[in-house]
Ligand binder design. Structure first.
Ligand code: FEO
Length: 139
């Protein structure tokens, strides 16, 4: 079965901050992989492992951004961190849905994850990109 690209990377998602862009691309890759594992009906341990990887890497990425916010006194730090925490909570709730023999994550879950990532990168993440630019901060 050929791989389905749920979230196709596009230049518009680039912040111009290499570490952040690389992490975003990795996150998108993990999301696409998870989607394909479920689509192909893979075993629970593989799906579960992919979901764990997506969660763990989201946390790594969010911590990277949050460290920059603190280092450079980003004024919207609290709001942004709240968005990150809400995303992690949402993934945890999806994991809870996969109980017993139910391995299904509905298409709505993937629509949510994809849309959240796209809107978050284009919205909240671009705000700190612009702030860093305005302040002459190079990270
Ligand atoms: Fe790139 Fe705020 O997550």
């Amino acid at each position: 079965m050929s791989e389905y690209i749920l979230f196709e990377w596009d230049e518009e998602f680039n912040t111009g901050i290499p570490e952040i862009d690389n992490q975003h691309k990795a996150l998108v890759g993990l999301l696409n992989s998870l989607f394909n594992l479920l689509r192909e009906g893979k075993a629970r341990n593989e799906v579960s492992e992919a979901l764990n990887q997506l969660t763990a890497y989201s946390e790594v990425h969010f911590k990277t951004e949050e460290a920059f916010f603190i280092q450079y006194s980003y004024p919207e730090t609290e709001t942004h961190i709240a968005c990150h925490n809400a995303f992690i909570d949402k993934i945890d709730s999806f994991r809870d849905q996969m109980t017993g023999s139910n391995l299904t994550l509905s298409i709505d879950v993937f629509k949510y994850l994809k849309l959240w990532l796209q809107e978050h990168i284009l919205g909240e993440d671009m705000k700190y990109r612009d702030y860093f630019k305005e302040q002459g901060i190079t990270v």
